[in-house]
Write a protein that binds this ligand. Structure first.
Ligand SMILES: Cc1cc2nc3c(=O)[nH]c(=O)nc-3n(C[C@H](O)[C@H](O)[C@H](O)COP(=O)(O)O)c2cc1C
Length: 213
């Protein structure tokens, strides 16, 4: 049975375009995969904690097998989020572009799921130089995003200032999720008709993808 984890990152509910596009993709995908399971994880309208000193101390504890019980509590939510990610082979992230990057709730989620020993590992080569290894395998991701401006995609005039989906490609790739597709609707701040056309085009691409994702 296919299992899909959907991470919604817009703080907006019904007004959110990225959320609406993602939900319409999910309707089409569920129709094509009636037995599949969808799990939703809210990071835009629910609080995901920032990294704290206690989290760092527990995450990088020198002997993880003997991590004191009291410190285990500092990793509890992270353990849950990592377990959830591991349990689903498909990942959908819906997000707005915020100040040229990802919304802070999504960044907080990334910081919780990039976990030493669980989603990536560090060893040293014979010269003592750190070697990094991704621990997740066989997953695919789809990023559905909405942007106020235009030209943030590949080859666009603002591509160099888009640090949102490129950041996700790097961070997810680091833990082994490197099969990533991005579908964007741009121009919410343009004339209504411009953005409407962009949303229709994004929905068309998402409908096409729903049959083979
Ligand atoms: C705090 C904030 C920051 C934003 N920063 C950008 C930005 O850097 N570039 C851009 O094109 N649009 C920016 N926007 C516009 C959003 O990307 C746009 O409204 C998007 O459609 C919102 O997605 P949503 O409808 O899913 O919430 C910003 C909006 C907000 C509220």
């Amino acid at each position: 049975m296919k299992k899909m984890l959907v991470v919604h990152a817009s703080p907006r509910g019904e007004r959110s375009h990225s959320r609406r596009l993602a939900e319409s993709f999910l309707d089409a995908w569920q129709a094509a995969n009636p037995d599949a399971q969808i799990t939703r994880r809210e990071v835009g309208r629910a609080f995901i904690p920032h990294v704290t000193e206690a989290f760092v101390a527990a995450n990088f504890y020198p002997e993880p097998q003997s991590l004191p019980k009291v410190m285990k509590a500092d990793l509890q939510l992270s353990d849950e989020l990592v377990g959830e990610l591991i349990a689903h082979e498909l990942l959908v992230i819906s997000m707005p572009l915020y100040n040229f990057g990802v919304p802070s709730g999504l960044k907080a989620w990334i910081d919780q799921i990039v976990r030493l020993g669980l989603t990536f590992d560090i060893t040293q080569d014979s010269h003592g130089v750190a070697q990094y290894q991704a621990l997740l395998k066989g997953k695919r991701a789809l990023i559905i995003t909405s942007r106020g401006g235009n030209g943030f995609g590949p080859g666009g005039e603002n591509e160099g200032t888009n640090h949102a989906d490129p950041h996700l490609r790097t961070a997810l790739g680091y833990i082994g999720i490197d099969d990533i597709r991005v579908i964007a609707a741009e121009g919410e701040e343009s004339d209504k008709s411009v953005f409407l056309r962009a949303c229709e085009e994004a929905e068309r691409q998402l409908r096409d993808l729903a049959g083979h994702f």
